[in-house]
Design a protein around this ligand. Structure first.
Ligand code: PLP
Ligand code: SF4
Length: 441
């Protein structure tokens, strides 16, 4: 798999299970034949990869199948629409050829909006007329960089909006190994303050590889770059990365090196549930990262069956602050993949956010949301209100394709079931939202 392997970790007991070997997981031995098979059926459509730390320390097996960490990491039957489940089961039982099965899988995936909101092919920047694959520049101040070798994760989340890329539906050519072009681009774009390494999970890369991407930015001495960010779920799925992997110390010195260069090292930690914050290893990992001068900001989508309860968010934010992390975003799940299973109406999402937010200290109220990452920008739900007898959602951009849209409140007709911007209509009889004259959704 050239480069796309979990480096470093392997030698210290990292073990991953996928569709090909999941039946060896000790904890599922007492599942019925059908329960085991259902995991396999769902895993044909959606990405599936889970490791021994998640299995042994995060999932409460007494609580399966409703356990949130199990729902988060093991694809399940209900993620498929009933006719799709039936079709897959039938094909697998009638000894259909692998080709037929693959065709059915592809057909089903195409019905699941595999490429939402221009995820990877829009906002691709250019340098001297050449398209820079593996980069995205949508908001003025931040460039996203997708290193080729960081396009996998220690475990896959069942709701992941990048699922198409993990199932091979989308090839990885958008990823980049060209750090020189990134450096040149940053030199030509002084408006960019942040570089955000993302994936997949860049922390699946070895320290050496990660250095090869980050050090050139430091060495080029680009003064306009103030912050280096890494988006990662490794604190949840493999915190050993910052504690006991072969190259953990090198990872931590790389972070120190960034702060020594007078830049902020920001870890954008993806946590979905307070359970992920409870192990000794994650606590030690957080301490080790903070000791380098790096800060950890936390974000998560609101996911039905996993964390759609204000108590969960309250606990999560409070524990994060106690451990020295900074709550940052609550997202709405995107309209892709099994979103019929995972999504939450905007009205309910706002209630969950508000109730949790009301119960935490001001230190945790750095968090913003619920926010939808849409084509025009990150749209935050401020709440509901009744204005001149019309019930409306009050919304604002936290990030906009056009930065002048940011923090300008606007209104949509209230709907108890809408779960995404595309379900919303402008309030007060207007035909368009104010931003629709210059952008398409
Ligand atoms: C969220 C996001 C960013 C970062 O936004 P911040 O609000 O600065 O965290 C940058 N680019 C894209 C495309 C994003 O979706
Ligand atoms: S860790 Fe992030 S990129 Fe990886 S599967 Fe989960 S949500 Fe997707």
């Amino acid at each position: 798999m050239g480069g796309i392997s979990i480096t470093g970790a392997t030698k210290r007991g990292f073990r991953a299970y996928t569709l090909s070997n999941y039946k060896e997981i000790p904890q599922i031995q007492n599942f019925t034949q059908e329960q085991q098979e259902d995991i396999g059926i769902a895993a044909r459509i959606f990405p599936f990869r889970v490791n021994n730390y998640v299995i042994d320390e995060l999932i409460n097996w007494d609580n399966v199948p409703n356990d949130p960490m199990f729902r988060l990491t093991f694809p399940n039957k209900d993620m498929l629409l009933p006719p799709h489940y039936k079709e897959m089961k039938h094909l697998l039982h009638t000894a259909a050829s692998e080709e037929e099965v693959q065709q059915a899988i592809h057909k089903i995936r195409l019905t699941l909006n595999p490429h939402p909101a221009g995820q990877l092919d829009k906002n691709v920047p250019e340098l001297n007329g050449k398209v820079l694959e593996g980069m995205q520049h949508k908001y003025n101040e931040t460039v996203l960089f997708f290193p080729t070798q960081g396009q996998t994760c220690h475990t896959f989340c069942t709701f992941c909006f990048r699922w198409a890329q993990f199932t091979g539906m989308k090839d990885l050519k958008f990823a980049s190994r060209e750090i020189e072009t990134l450096v040149s681009y940053l030199q030509e774009h002084p408006e960019v303050k942040d570089v955000l390494f993302t994936g997949g999970d860049p922390m699946t890369m070895s320290a050496n590889l990660l250095k090869r991407y980050i050090e050139p930015i430091l060495e080029a001495d680009i003064r306009t770059i103030e912050n280096i960010r890494i988006g990662t779920k490794s604190l949840s799925y493999w915190p050993q990365r910052f504690v006991s992997d072969k190259d953990s110390e090198d990872i931590l010195s790389l972070f120190s090196n960034v702060t020594d260069h007078n830049k902020h090292m920001a870890i954008m930690g993806h946590f979905n549930h307070p359970v992920e914050l409870t192990t000794d290893t994650v606590k030690e990992a957080i301490k080790n990262i903070r000791a380098t001068g790096a800060q950890i900001r936390t974000q998560s989508p609101l996911i039905a069956h996993i964390n759609d309860d204000p108590v969960i968010w309250e606990q999560m934010w409070r524990e994060q602050v106690r451990l020295g992390c900074i709550p940052y975003y609550m997202f709405m799940v995107r309209n892709t993949g099994a979103n019929h299973y995972f999504d939450t109406p905007i009205s309910k999402a706002w209630e969950i956010f508000q109730e949790a937010y009301q119960n935490v200290s001001g230190l945790a109220r750095t968090v913003r949301g619920p926010s939808m990452s849409t084509d025009p920008g990150k749209i935050n739900v401020l709440g509901t209100q009744e204005i001149n007898g019309e019930k409306v959602f009050v919304l604002e951009f936290l990030q906009g394709r056009d930065c002048r849209w940011v923090r300008k409140p606007f209104f949509a007709k209230y709907s108890p079931t809408a779960s995404w911007l595309t379900d919303l209509e402008p309030a007060f009889g207007k035909e368009k939202f104010f931003f629709e004259n210059t952008s398409t959704i």
